[in-house]
Design a protein around this ligand. Sequence first.
Ligand code: GLU
Length: 306
Amino acid sequence: MQTILDEIAQQMAQTLDKGEVATYIPQLAQVDPNQFAISVALPSGEMFSAGCADKHFSIQSISKVFTLTVALGRLGESIWSRVGKEPSGDPFNSIVQLEHEQGKPCNPFINAGAIAIADLLLQGHQPKETLAEIIQFIRFLADDDSIAIDEKVARSEIETGARNASLAYFMASFGHFQNPVDAVLGTYFHHCSIAMNTQQLSRAGLFLANNGINPASGYPIVSAERAKRINSLMLLCGHYDGSGEFAFRVGLPGKSGVGGGILAIAPGKASIAVWSPGLDVIGNSKLGTQALELFAAKTGWSVFGE
Ligand code: GLU
């Protein structure tokens, strides 16, 4: 495994086109694109890494996997009345589908869907309490109490969040929101601004590779059935309108973020986190996708066979 990761990191270092960092969130625009990290966490507790695997980055939309898991734990299947389970085929911040579907986002991973989940999580709580619950959950999964929100990124997102605010107000116009829109947006921006490194992230994703059980504690985080379903949503919706391309090239459930991270799950085998801040035109990590494509080919771990 270490040899595979070293080879991938070496190949990524030699790749000239590293994509473009996200500029619509000013704080992310400052990140040096010449960085790469990969970590693989195995259910046995072993961890393999290459590149700058202890460098923190903004997990952005990868946080939506954890908020979905918390929402399912708290509210069960009732959440599906607020968000769908279908791939969108539209960009992450698209507003068009919302009008057709009367303010019900087609899945929990596009921005509108994750904002709806944030509204559900806020019910009966202050934003601080909900954020504490999300952070506590991620810290528990990663077995690392140092994981925190990067306040600078959160502020940067709030200041430039006109599009997300539009999505939220548009959904609220259909009467779906239970909480003040500002509180929902604040919660959403803050959970997107959680900073982690690839080691922490790969560990946090392990329950999805291990039938819902956190292998370190043996504690069931979700049922095996729920883990399977979260993985299927990641496979079909985790890369927005690039989900088909990601499934085609990598063949693993994955969730990307505009900070350049991707969490990929090889069910029964491993949880893999990659990070490289340069993005492709759709907004998914360019080298991250390339690295995972190589990884899946070298290990033969695609869910569609070797
Ligand atoms: N916080 C980002 C936004 O709302 C998340 C997008 C992403 O990571 O894909 O635009």
